[in-house]
Design a binder for this molecule. Structure first.
Ligand code: SAH
Length: 238
């Protein structure tokens, strides 16, 4: 009897290890072929992309597609960005362990997890309450205690925690929200897709030095639209 239990135990452990290894190998390949091959070389970003279990932020039905070279749908008509874009945006904001970051557009929480691996703390805002709740639960389950998720319109940033060294916006805005520029720390970097939804947008980098703003254009991207909350009594203050 004991022997049978031992064998069963062994089989279960082995199977779960194989599962972990299966995705680790796919993830390493993703980093090598989609990310390093396209010039991302920040060691902490590469390490984070190798570590964060992207498949756990996406519906299980997508299986290995979680590591494909394309964006994927999450719920409520939103998408999780292509892995390369997540890595690119994380590298361009120059993450380091002493920095505080704000993300607008939590979605699945995947980008927040990648950021959380590379900075001190992440504050992230999601306008779809159900997505905010789900992302918060996923991040908690995976042990990301340095990420705080808030549900609401991120247009006004998060004044209580400002200024931020890094601001990363993952929804396309027609104009860069002024409150986000105001909440960028001196020496800080903000990355945002700018342009109309439905079209390709331009990823722009905003840097602030001695209060002076500089904007550079990076590459063409396609993101879901940055939305505004309707003005109700509940979110007027946001
Ligand atoms: N970073 C996400 C991908 C997000 S897709 C991830 O890694 O999965 C963009 C998200 O921005 C969507 O979930 C959308 O609901 C959200 N969004 C759009 N406008 C917003 C706003 N004004 N404030 C906060 N979130 C917003």
């Amino acid at each position: 009897m004991n022997a049978i239990i031992f064998i069963l135990y062994f089989v279960i452990i082995e199977t779960s290890l194989i599962q972990v290894d299966k995705y680790a190998a796919i993830r390493n390949k993703m980093v090598e072929t989609q990310i390093e091959a396209r010039g991302i070389n920040n060691a902490s970003v590469l390490k984070a992309m190798r570590k964060v279990p992207r498949h756990l932020f996406i519906s299980a039905e997508y299986g290995d597609d979680a590591y494909g070279d394309y964006p994927l749908p999450i719920s409520y008509g939103q998408t999780i960005s292509q892995p390369y874009i997540v890595a690119y945006m994380t590298e361009i904001v120059k993450p380091s362990k002493d920095k505080k970051a704000l993300e607008i557009g939590t979605g699945s929480g995947y980008q927040a997890a990648v950021l959380a691996e590379t900075v001190d703390s992440v504050f992230t805002i999601e306008i779809v309450n159900e997505l905010a709740v789900a992302a918060s639960a996923t991040l908690k389950k995976l042990g990301y205690n340095n990420v705080t998720v808030r549900s609401g319109d991120g247009y006004n940033g998060w004044v209580e925690h400002a200024p931020f060294d890094i601001i990363l916006v993952t929804a396309a805005a027609e104009r860069i929200p002024q409150p986000l520029i105001d909440q960028l720390a001196d020496g800080g970097r903000l990355v945002i897709p700018v342009g109309q939804s439905g079209n390709t947008q331009e990823l722009q980098l905003v840097t602030k030095r001695k209060g002076k703003i500089e904007i550079s254009r990076l590459l063409y991207v396609r993101f879901v639209p940055f939305r505004r909350a309707e003005k109700t009594d509940n979110n007027k203050a946001g």
